[in-house]
Write a protein that binds this ligand. Structure first.
Ligand SMILES: [Zn+2]
Length: 140
């Protein structure tokens, strides 16, 4: 989350790269009440830059839950664990989609799912609609 101005051209690139879907919960922007936001994966206060390789598209809720965090507590091991980084990490190595639920394959994924509440009950009700819409984008 950042208030830093992201130039329009860069913003467009981030939106297109993500196919207008949140890179954390996968929500297509069309299924959101507010427009998706450009997230600094590594927040500026931790040295992250406003460049393509540090920006991700996030829905307002994911961006709010994430804030400027870059790590959290793994609910299984209680260890401080980095969050999933959509620029450095391959989605398929960290997550699996089982019907509407995100299944974590790694500690990073577990930690991210908990912090961003990616399997909260409201999302589990909505994600099937995103899937049938054909608008959802599942990253590689
Ligand atoms: Zn989201």
């Amino acid at each position: 989350m950042s208030k830093t101005y992201v130039p329009a051209q860069l913003r467009r690139k981030i939106i297109e790269r993500a196919n207008r879907c949140c890179e954390y919960c996968l929500r297509p922007e069309l299924f959101s009440l507010s427009i998706h936001e450009v997230d600094h994966v590594i927040a500026e206060k931790h040295g992250g830059t406003t460049t393509e390789d540090n920006l991700a598209l996030a829905c307002k809720l994911c961006n709010t839950y994430k804030g400027s965090d870059i790590a959290s507590i793994d609910p299984e091991t209680d260890e401080i664990t980095p969050l999933y980084n959509p620029r450095r990490d391959r989605w398929q190595e960290h997550f699996q989609l089982k019907e509407a639920e995100l299944i974590p394959l790694t500690a990073q994924a577990r930690t991210t799912i908990r912090l961003l509440q990616l399997n909260r009950s409201s999302i589990l009700k909505e994600r099937p609609l995103w899937l049938v819409s054909g608008l959802i984008y599942i990253p590689d």
